[in-house]
Design a protein around this ligand. Structure first.
Ligand SMILES: Cc1cc2nc3c(=O)[nH]c(=O)nc-3n(C[C@H](O)[C@H](O)[C@H](O)COP(=O)(O)O)c2cc1C
Length: 465
């Protein structure tokens, strides 16, 4: 009963905000309507109404063609395999390896672990990789294991990884830059996430002098001089990122770290021009963004990761997030990476599959800016559902990529996407990948047909009850 009620609630939200989708192409509008409660997905529909899904694929492909890409022939590839462009950067598909700290850097430098980690995921077919939060100074670290971009050694170590990714895959590589703020000087994830370091801690900065946990060290409230230093750190790291060869830059303004601490009223208690209403709280994050944008090549895109809600009373909500997105877009941001929470320890997030996607949907369709969604998205079916319904332009997966670097290649096999990029060393696997995918789909469809009368009977019984 709870599941049914939850589906009804999610569905209600769609109807209440139907004006968001008014201007959508009619088939995609219908696809969004069909999949609004998450109970029906792209693959479900492909079994029940293949012609409708084929029409949806064509509608997505037409939109992509209108953006200047060559149109696929009669049967276009599924939405997740459609290319996407931001400024001069073209992605081969819509799958993104979400940023994930590895807590394994030595003195800020990425090493062999990072080389293998990023290399494997690039070869695994995702269109875009985002680095873990890479910090702009030693004081900006979350933990002693965080990667940095504040020395020549860091720049050279990243360059080696970027070069490998470019030489051996079709993936593009985005550098996520951040500053830990009051969540700095904490332990490695596996030793106690967000817990203060027992030894070797460094002083931390934040919008206000409010500690994260009651037992965390209090940060210092930033002065204007601190702000100047931090802006300069971000600019230097941006210049290093360009020299290291990254294709894109993401500013981390989410999860309660330094810039997020300015945006949320729960962590920003300032009485000066940088506190109070949202426009004031955005002043410093926008200043950092503008300085980075000016130092980053015009042809290369930039994104910002935000927390679209604090999941806490008195905190940021989705309507604020739309405004935050608009302000960053006006400053030259090309894509909002929509995450949530992690601002305060007593937040009460509502988890569930694709649980953050509605925030991306709202920002994309109200602020008219490209978005990337993330959070409990685990299957290619969900990726296709989200893209086809216009809830996001890119879909990031974090934990699924930890255990399956080749998530995108496996999906290409399942959907029979022949053109997926494979390094020459792995070319021998292509035919088998596609054959196995075809067989699995045939078996699934067969099973479905055999099970259908029973499933229908059960549904009618349920509905009658
Ligand atoms: C081990 C780990 C490290 C993470 N590190 C970062 C990070 O450095 N920067 C960031 O923005 N998000 C980070 N995240 C959050 C993920 O990018 C993602 O938003 C979150 O895990 C939800 O996606 P998922 O359900 O696909 O795992 C991390 C997540 C995990 C699991």
């Amino acid at each position: 009963m709870e599941k049914t009620q939850h589906a009804a609630d999610v569905s209600l939200v769609w109807f209440e905000h139907v004006d968001r989708f008014w201007s959508m192409q009619p088939t995609r509008f219908a696809f969004g309507l069909m999949t609004r409660s998450k109970a029906i997905t792209y693959d479900n529909l492909a079994l029940r109404a293949p012609e409708f899904v084929a029409k949806t694929d064509c509608a997505v492909a037409d939109e992509v063609a209108a953006a200047g890409f060559a149109r696929d022939a009669a049967a276009p590839v599924p939405p997740m395999f459609q290319p996407f462009r931001l400024r001069a950067m073209t992605l081969a598909n819509r799958v993104v390896v979400s940023p994930m700290c590895q807590y394994s850097a030595v003195e800020g430098a990425p090493g062999d672990w990072h080389f293998v980690h990023y290399g494997a995921r690039a070869v695994g077919g995702a269109g875009l990789l985002v680095t873990e939060m890479t910090v702009v100074s030693a004081q900006a670290r979350i933990t002693p294991g965080c990667t940095g971009m504040y020395s020549d050694a860091h720049e050279a170590a990243w360059r080696r990884i970027v070069d490998f990714v470019h030489a051996n895959s079709a993936a593009k590589f985005c550098l996520q830059l951040g500053h830990a703020g009051r969540k700095g000087a904490t332990r490695l994830m596996w030793e106690g996430i967000d817990e203060p370091l027992a030894q070797g801690a460094w002083p931390t900065l934040s919008a206000s002098a409010v500690p994260y946990f009651p037992h965390s060290r209090a940060p210092r409230e930033m002065t204007r001089h601190d702000m100047d230093m931090v802006v300069a750190d971000f600019v230097r790291a941006t210049e290093r990122g360009e020299r290291a060869g990254f294709d894109m830059l993401e500013l981390h303004a989410a999860h309660g770290y330094l810039l997020a601490s300015f945006i949320s009223p729960l962590t920003n208690k300032r009485g000066d021009d940088y506190g109070g209403p949202l426009a004031n709280r955005m002043r410093f994050p926008l200043e950092v963004f503008a300085a980075m944008r000016a130092a980053w090549p015009r042809s290369k895109p930039m994104s910002v990761r935000i927390s679209a809600t604090d999941w806490a009373d008195g905190g940021l909500g989705p309507d604020d997030a739309v405004e935050v997105a608009r302000l960053f877009a006006a400053a030259g941001c090309d894509l909002i990476d929509v995450s949530t929470g992690q601002t305060v320890p007593d937040a009460r997030p509502i988890y569930g599959r694709m649980f953050q996607t509605p925030f991306s949907d709202q920002i994309r369709n109200e602020a008219a800016i490209a978005t990337m969604c993330v959070g409990a998205i685990t299957s290619a079916d969900q990726v296709n559902t989200i893209i086809a319904a216009g809830r996001a332009d890119l879909v990031a997966l974090a934990r699924p990529h930890l255990v399956d670097p080749s998530f995108t290649l496996a999906a290409a096999g399942w959907y029979g996407v022949e053109a997926v990029a494979l390094p020459v060393q792995y070319e021998a696997a292509r035919d088998q990948l596609l054959r196995n995918g075809e067989r699995q789909r045939a078996e699934m469809s067969d099973l479905r047909h055999k099970a259908r009368p029973k499933a229908h009977a059960a549904t009618f019984k349920q509905a009658a009850e």
